[in-house]
Each structure stands twice: as structure tokens, then as C-alpha cells.
Design a protein around this ligand. Structure first.
Ligand SMILES: Cc1cc2nc3c(=O)[nH]c(=O)nc-3n(C[C@H](O)[C@H](O)[C@H](O)COP(=O)(O)OP(=O)(O)OC[C@H]3O[C@@H](n4cnc5c(N)ncnc54)[C@H](O)[C@@H]3O)c2cc1C
Length: 198
């Protein structure tokens, strides 16, 4: 099949599938019967005395922070951006998730209401409610980019630059480190024929 024809067919099929997905958005069957419901508060856990730095406050960083706190660790997240949500907070208008809310939500915080295909904005709102529910906000440092992390004498030494404090770089020490920076922070563009230099 000639490449332009393939491309046209691929484009049309993709648009039709996305449209179908959008139409089905509010008609998904309830798949959650066997899913765990929102976790009850676990009460105050026994403090472990272990300090943990979480890098990133996208979905992975938020859930890591919540689980570490629930286990009694003294955890803090450093987020380079100004809000939670990671990739989904910075994507294009109209971005619709390809995973349903049933599959995307954390089992510790199941969403109320119908199970739908969230827009990126709805998902970021859900993540905000997750942070509310588990009181994560005071534990997140926004505008704080982790510039480096190195293990020195059994502890992690991390250097953090703050968008609020100009070029200042502060050094912090932690027992453990959870790197939740995702895969989209750096682009990895393959070389191909006819490439226009960026
Ligand atoms: C258009 C699009 C649609 C997608 N749709 C879906 C979908 O439907 N379902 C799905 O499951 N997945 C989807 N994905 C994949 C999605 O990106 C990941 O599932 C999700 O973002 C992973 O979350 P994360 O927390 O690991 O990383 P990210 O969301 O990338 O978050 C990483 C965070 O780390 C921060 N950070 C990075 N470096 C540093 C640093 N040095 N210091 C401090 N902070 C730092 C960033 O600012 C960011 O907030 C989609 C991705 C794209 C681009």
C-alpha cells in the first residue's frame, strides 16, 4: 500500500476511534465491583525516623508520598513545577486519557460517581483531591528542582534549586530517595531522513 494512502487510512481510523471513545465516555459499564474502595484513614502511624525525599509530584510522586507517610516515614516531595499532576498538568487542551478512571485511579482513593474517560484536567483535579484527602500539600515543595543526588556515607545528599530563591541551591540530606520524575522530562527524538533541526 502506498505510504500516503496508509497515512490517510491511519489518520481517519484514529479520528474515528477517538470519536467513538469520546461517545462511549459516559457509557462505560461499571467495572469496579471487585475494586477496593477508598482506604479508611489508617490513623497516626508509628514514626519510623526515616527521612525520604520524593522527586516529582506527578501521579507516581503523589502516591509514593502518600504511601511513605502512611508507613510512618518523614517524607517530603520536591516538584520543579508549580502544581501536582506532572505530564497531565502540562499537556495540550482537550487531552483525553486512554485509560478509564477505574483503571487510572489509585485504589486508596476511588473516585465518586460514574466511571468515565477523564480529560487530563479532570485527572489533575482528581490528583488534587487525592492530595487534599491525605493532607499531602504541606509535604510538597513546589518550584523546587532537584539538580543532583548522590549517596555520601550512606545518606542521600540532594541539591535543590528554588524558583523562588533565585539561583540559590540548598543542600538536604535524606535516608532514602524515591525518583518519580517520569519519562517525559527529557525528549528523545530519533534521527530520521528529512528531519528539520529544532
Ligand atoms: C498525551 C499523553 C497522554 C497520556 N495518557 C495516559 C493515559 O491515558 N493513562 C496513563 O496511565 N498514562 C498516560 N500517559 C502517560 C503518563 O505520562 C504517565 O502515566 C504519568 O505521567 C506518569 O506519572 P509520573 O508521576 O511517573 O511522571 P510525570 O507525570 O512525568 O511527573 C513527573 C514530575 O516530576 C517533576 N520533575 C522532573 N524532574 C524533576 C526534578 N529534577 N526535580 C523536581 N521535579 C522534577 C516534573 O515536573 C513532573 O511534575 C500519557 C502521556 C501523554 C504525554
Amino acid at each position: 500500500m502506498p505510504f500516503p494512502v496508509f497515512l490517510a487510512l491511519f489518520g481517519v481510523t484514529s479520528v474515528l476511534l477517538l470519536r467513538l471513545l469520546f461517545l462511549l465516555r459516559r457509557r462505560l459499564p461499571r467495572l469496579d465491583a471487585a475494586m477496593p474502595r477508598t482506604s479508611p484513614p489508617r490513623g497516626d502511624p508509628e514514626p519510623s525516623g526515616i527521612r525520604v525525599a520524593v522527586v516529582g509530584a506527578g501521579p507516581s510522586g503523589l502516591v509514593a508520598l502518600r504511601e511513605l507517610l502512611a508507613a510512618g516515614h518523614d517524607a517530603v516531595a520536591f516538584e520543579a513545577g508549580q502544581g501536582v499532576g506532572g505530564t497531565f498538568a502540562a499537556t495540550y487542551d482537550g487531552c483525553l486519557l486512554t485509560t478509564s478512571s477505574t483503571n487510572t485511579a489509585f485504589s486508596s482513593f476511588f473516585p465518586e460517581g460514574e466511571h468515565v474517560m477523564w480529560t487530563a484536567r479532570e485527572y489533575v483535579e482528581y490528583l488534587g483531591r487525592f492530595a487534599d484527602r491525605f493532607d499531602l500539600w504541606p509535604r510538597i515543595r513546589f518550584g523546587a528542582r532537584v539538580e543532583s543526588a548522590r549517596l555520601a556515607e550512606g545518606r542521600w545528599e540532594i541539591k535543590v534549586s528554588s524558583s523562588r530563591a533565585g539561583d540559590d541551591v540548598a543542600t538536604h540530606h535524606f535516608d532514602n530517595l524515591a525518583v518519580c520524575t517520569g519519562v517525559n522530562s527529557h525528549y528523545d527524538l530519533p534521527a530520521f531522513v528529512g528531519q528539520v533541526p529544532l
